[in-house]
Design a protein around this ligand. Structure first.
Ligand code: GCO
Ligand code: MG
Length: 417
């Protein structure tokens, strides 16, 4: 086969030239930033670029500093594009940079899938499983309400459920919805102030899980998110107290900047640990993974530099028996979710995928082909990642500034939210 034949079958360099790239900001209930890349042959690819509460920083990074570099380049050179944007920018890593790089990377993988006429999981190496086990978010103002909510998820077919409950004496505990609406943390233009009390929290959580096991039996997988609130020794105590209830994982038990802290947790408990939704590089998790201080790595596609980089993290994690458990809150758009699910379908060391339900408006703006069946999300066979954007509809939902809450201790000092 000569070069000319190869080029006609797979798109010539000229066909693959990037002729347009634009950033779409929309707020169908919450803000999303999306990058859309178009090639000369008319193929388009989408990448999510959403960084909750700091959306416009990424939009500007892309529009002002990345898009001018994309025009005229070969959309097929995905690896080179990644290196160009990472090494070439001189300023590496960081959530804004890595989210912007992820958007380009995912859009290019999407285009590659369309060029090949294949779903993304096939490009990565094909299926390892039929569907991706997902966990939903159950929460309640008290234990009673939380156990009812867990029951509802089980009835819907979920095999794994994250459970959070209100903390008596704490006005706004993390993860608890208000007014019957689904939980959405970024609720106001300026950060809502919450007050935190660790002893009260440490008192209630084991009681919640004792009750959940009593009500729902041993089979359902239960998870819990501490959301960075504890010191390492407090986290160790909670992990030990929760051992009898066999959690699938305890998440972000302590802020992960202090990685030695995880040794302390490990020393005292065999509760599985998950970390990494705020990481953006393999360098953030290298120590935790190679020392087997965690069991699940949560860094997902949009915040971890795209498929190209997260694949490196996953392969490295596999060497150390660490599995993936990607972040999947509603602040990641369906575009990230679609890409993550293709990754989950392929990656050998898959653990679980978080799945918070997007609003109907969001699902209409981002039509997609993944579906929930029997506790798992299943990707379709649409070429690429299978998620599109309805730009006309997106334009009807203009950006609305919203920030995440903050937490203070009772004496007024700042704490980790
Ligand atoms: C989780 C999370 C999120 C974050 C959110 C911040 O789903 O595990 O911790 O809900 O709070 O992504 O933007
Ligand atoms: Mg979390």
């Amino acid at each position: 086969m000569n070069t000319a034949t190869i080029e006609t079958r797979h798109g010539s360099t000229r066909d693959r030239e990037i002729v347009d790239a634009k950033v779409i900001v929309t707020c169908p209930g919450r803000n999303f930033v999306t990058l859309k890349i178009t090639t000369r042959s008319g193929l388009t690819g989408l990448g999510d670029a959403t960084l909750n509460g700091r959306e416009l920083a990424v939009a500007s990074y892309l529009t002002d500093h990345v898009v001018p570099n994309l025009i005229g380049r070969d959309a097929g050179r995905i690896e080179d594009m990644w290196q160009f944007l990472h090494r070439g920018a001189y300023w590496r890593r960081g959530p804004v940079t890595m989210t912007a790089i992820a958007a380009v990377d995912v859009a290019l993988w999407d285009i590659l899938g369309k060029m090949a006429g294949l779903p993304l999981y096939q490009l990565l190496g094909g299926r390892s499983r039929e569907g991706a086990l997902v966990y939903g978010h159950a929460n309640g103002r008290d234990i009673e309400e939380a156990t009812d909510e867990v029951g509802k998820y089980i009835e819907k077919g979920f095999l794994a459920v994250r459970a959070q409950c209100g903390v008596p004496g704490v006005k706004k505990a993390y993860g608890i919805s208000v007014g019957g609406k689904p939980y959405e943390p970024a609720e106001s233009e300026l950060p809502a102030e919450t007050v935190w009390n660790t002893p009260k929290y440490l008192n209630i959580v084991p009681k919640l899980f004792e009750r959940l096991r009593a009500d729902h039996g041993p089979d359902v997988e239960l998870l819990h998110d501490v959301h960075h609130r504890l010191t390492p020794i407090e986290a160790a105590r909670l992990a030990r107290d929760l051992e009898p209830f066999r959690l699938f994982w305890l998440e972000d038990a302590t802020p992960a900047e202090n990685q030695k802290g995880f040794e302390l947790i490990r020393k005292h408990s065999v509760t599985a640990l998950a970390v990494g939704e705020v990481f953006n590089s393999i360098w953030d998790c290298k120590h935790l993974i190679e020392n087997q201080l965690i069991d699940y790595i949560r860094t997902t596609i949009v915040h971890g530099g795209g498929i190209t980089h997260v694949r490196r993290i996953a392969d490295f994690a596999a060497l150390h028996a660490v599995r993936t458990g990607f972040h999947g809150a509603t602040d990641l758009s369906p575009v990230c979710m679609g890409a993550a699910l293709h990754f989950d379908t392929w990656v050998p060391n898959f653990g679980i995928q978080e799945w918070m339900f997007h609003s109907d408006e969001t699902n209409e703006v981002f039509p997609h082909d993944y579906v929930f069946r029997n506790g798992r999300l299943h990707v379709g066979d649409t070429p690429g990642h299978g998620v599109d954007i309805d730009e006309k509809l997106a334009a009807r939902f203009p950006y609305a500034p919203k920030q995440l809450p903050i937490a203070r201790l009772e004496d007024g000092a700042m704490w980790d939210w």
